[in-house]
Design a protein around this ligand. Structure first.
Ligand code: ATP
Ligand code: ZN
Length: 287
């Protein structure tokens, strides 16, 4: 019987490499990440890690050379392989955007009708344009897409952006968002029951790490007569923990706040009489 383990493909170097390793570490999986290694074995989880170019990851997972992969949704969609997205990972966020020279008058996607568009994502761009019934000439180029209009190769480009500064520096303006993307964990459908159990274990840990990142642990002091109002402001996992302070008439209140409504709630807590508010990061969160 073959040894039961999972094999995961992650980017060898580039934008997703560090965060992929970090995620595994935060899941309590120790891997030694030697430079120029092709693969490595986790020391405390049955996991083998392959380091590959991101473009190759969908194919390796589809073929079953790896069981899992961490790769951008943009690559998954472009490669168009029958993979299962197990979990969105919350890093590697970017968008695939259409951009045109700043000088071009652009009012709608119709303005791209009959134009030449340079991109490394012909499958996604074709699909996007087809749905909008726009016919354009797609020029596939593999890198430095942003220089294409400047050298007369294309009228527009479709490329990945996060801040947009590269576009701006190349005299381009962003006009359409074609896709929003982040890193995802993908798998194939060839996992044995034992491997599926391992994947469930890994996924459980990933979810705990993700939840923890989106939440903060908040401790504050409150005069007892303000407690009902303050407790009313706190969502918490169940209800907040309330402990008496050494000082008569005061309590310490502990709760968990979501990152999204964090600042609003903190302001309201202060206004309601909370003092000495401490905000602490959470490492793992299992609910
Ligand atoms: P490889 O050598 O593995 O082929 P690459 O040059 O194709 O690497 P990177 O530039 O490292 O790829 O980007 C990897 C992924 O990071 C992208 O596919 C995308 O999902 C994500 N990403 C996040 N922000 C950006 C950005 N601003 N530009 C490009 N990719 C981004
Ligand atoms: Zn690549």
């Amino acid at each position: 019987m073959p040894q039961m383990k999972l094999r995961i493909a992650i980017q060898k170097s580039g934008r997703l490499h560090e965060d992929s390793i970090k995620l595994l570490k935060e899941c309590g999986i120790d891997i030694n990440n030697g430079v120029n290694k092709l693969k490595t074995e986790a020391t405390n989880f049955p996991l083998e890690v392959f380091f590959l170019r991101d473009d190759d990851i969908p194919q390796y997972v589809e073929d079953g050379v790896a069981d899992l992969g961490i790769v951008g949704e943009n690559v998954v969609l472009e490669k168009n392989r029958p993979l299962r997205t197990v979990e969105k990972l919350g890093f590697g966020k970017c968008r695939l955007a259409m951009a045109v020279p700043k000088s071009m008058e652009y009012s709608s996607i119709r303005d791209l009708q009959g134009q030449r568009i340079a991109t490394s994502y012909p499958v996604i761009v074709n699909d996007f344009l087809r749905k909008l019934d726009i016919q354009a000439e797609i020029h596939e180029i593999s890198g430095s897409v942003e220089i294409a209009p400047g050298i007369g190769l294309a009228d527009a480009i479709c490329d990945l952006v996060s801040s947009g500064s590269t576009l701006f520096m190349n005299g381009l303006k962003e006009v359409e968002t074609v896709l929003r993307s982040e890193a995802v964990l993908v798998s194939n459908d060839k996992l044995s029951p034992g491997q599926q159990q391992l994947l469930a274990k890994l996924q459980f840990r990933i979810q705990a790490v993700k939840k923890a990142k989106n939440n903060k642990y908040v401790l504050l002091n409150a005069p007892n007569d303000k407690l009902p109002e303050i407790i009313g402001l706190l969502p918490g996992m169940k209800s907040p923990t309330v402990l008496p302070l050494a000082e008569e008439g005061w309590s310490s209140v502990h709760s968990v706040l979501n990152e999204n409504d964090f600042w609003d709630i903190i302001e309201n807590l202060k206004a309601a009489g909370a003092q000495g508010i401490l905000v602490v990061p959470i490492e793992k969160m299992v609910v």
